[in-house]
Design a protein around this ligand. Structure first.
Ligand SMILES: [Zn+2]
Length: 44
């Protein structure tokens, strides 16, 4: 799977965050924080 923010392939255990009933995956805590700040920017 790919990181929702930076698009990199995630190796190992992803960081996850649920937003409006959908779970998103991230490569790092930094990407997860970025998503939380502006989720609309990263949801297509
Ligand atoms: Zn990332």
């Amino acid at each position: 799977m790919k990181c929702q923010v930076c698009g990199q392939e995630i190796e190992g255990k992803p960081y996850t965050y649920s937003y409006k009933g959908i779970t998103y995956y991230f490569c790092s805590p930094m990407c997860m924080v970025e998503f939380k700040k502006r989720p609309e920017k990263y949801i297509k």
